[in-house]
Design a protein around this ligand. Structure first.
Ligand code: NAD
Length: 366
């Protein structure tokens, strides 16, 4: 097959396949075509792709490609029957889904993969959220006006930074681990009691709120909470926010607006110089003041909204994303190296959103 690697839109630094991943696809008999400049922001120039045998093309050449890789939606129309693999958040972008139907593209959105053990090696949400959690702590450490670790020096003692992390999914757990490595004292909230053990094993304190809605049938994801729980949680979060030097928020509910967990009243209770990093900014944010891709200053507290912190580490983010997509190509390929879709496979069915001019994903049909 001819596999195309698309150039991402302005502002995205990652690329869906680095030169180091080209050989593994060539070994399966595929030819790799890369849109000129696609890897430049991830420190992979055109020459580094040609050096490993990939061909550099302009976007118009992709009408001959069989399968295309990207992170964001392509900037040009595709041809009926082509396969597109990326991370398109189709629940939030119905017009993109409709475009794929009109163009007759077989479109796979890897962010829709079921969160099962078999899917782990293809799970782009996990590989990228892990980076985002790590970068969130580094951003906070870089911009905070105080130390993270405790110090006893001749010039006086420094108390360790107090960090509050809201949401202990993939990003939250990595944020806990990174903050602990830097010597901070960490408190954590999550609506899923199942994460308590992991939080505690990372050396953080898990703050429990009684009566969370049962999420056991939500495939490992959170579900929306009722008003009574929300009020109990707000009261406890308010007390923790007031003590915190840094708040990192990661709470999301797939396909829904992010829950507002930190009110402006809570932000006003924080010490000037404190920092909030909101990773849920792309779905509305976990604070009332968050703006995506912007820093807001309120009462001396800096609030960084960033839904794509993984792009701040483009080399490793692209490397892991590329591994996720090559694993997925392997999954959908038959013995002859051609795509052979098995609709009985829950991973294929779970992330294919459009096929032969129709929406095929159950969650997108209603
Ligand atoms: P996510 O990004 O959807 O949400 C982040 C966290 O926010 C979650 O832990 C969620 O419970 C929490 N949250 C939601 N609403 C909240 C609220 N009101 N207050 C506090 N916290 C709230 O989650 P994710 O990182 O994508 O992971 C979701 C689940 O999937 C986790 O259990 C994770 O372990 C699991 N997972 C499984 C696999 C796999 O087996 N392939 C891969 C990745 C993740």
């Amino acid at each position: 097959m001819i596999i195309g690697v698309l150039k991402e839109p302005a502002g995205e630094t990652r690329v869906s396949l680095l030169p180091e991943a080209v050989a593994s696809l060539q070994k399966k008999g595929h030819e790799i075509w890369v849109e000129s400049g696609a890897g430049i922001s991830a420190y992979a120039d055109d020459d580094s792709y040609t050096a490993v045998g990939a061909k550099i093309v302009e976007g118009s050449a992709f009408k001959e490609a069989h399968l295309m890789l990207s992170i964001h939606p392509p900037g040009f129309p595709l041809v009926a029957g082509q396969i597109l693999i990326g991370s398109f958040q189709p629940l939030s972008y119905p017009t993109f889904v409709q475009k794929m139907v009109t163009e007759g593209v077989t479109c796979f959105s890897l962010d829709m993969l079921p969160r099962t053990t078999r899917a782990q090696s293809m799970d782009v949400l996990s590989s990228q959220a892990n980076i985002a959690g790590y970068k969130a702590v580094l951003l906070a450490a870089h911009t905070h006006s105080r130390y993270f670790p405790m110090f006893m020096t001749a010039a006086g003692s420094i108390a360790p930074a107090k960090i509050l992390i809201l949401g202990a999914g993939v990003a939250g757990l990595q944020a806990i681990a990174t903050a602990r490595r830097l010597g901070a004292v960490v408190e954590v909230f999550d609506t899923r009691p199942a994460v308590k053990e992991e939080v505690v094993s990372l050396g953080a304190k898990f703050v429990e709120v009684e009566g969370a809605a049962d999420a056991s049938k939500a495939g490992g994801y959170a579900v929306e909470q009722d008003e009574a729980f929300r009020l109990r949680q707000q009261e406890k979060i308010a007390a923790s926010v007031k003590k915190a030097d840094i708040v990192i928020t990661t709470a999301q509910i797939p396909g829904k607006k992010a829950p507002v967990l930190v009110t402006s009243e809570m932000i006003h209770s924080m010490k000037p110089g404190s920092v909030i990093v909101d990773l849920a900014a792309g779905t509305g944010g976990n604070t009332t003041l968050t703006l995506d891709k912007q820093m807001v200053v309120e009462n001396g507290v800096r609030i960084f909204g960033d839904s794509n912190l993984a792009a701040g580490m483009p080399s490793d983010a692209s490397k892991l994303y590329g591994k996720n997509v090559t694993n997925f190509i392997e999954l959908i390929s038959g013995a002859n190296g051609q795509v052979n879709l098995n609709w009985a496979d829950d991973l294929v069915k779970g992330c294919c959103i459009t096929h032969e001019h129709a929406i095929v994903h159950d969650r997108l049909k209603s």
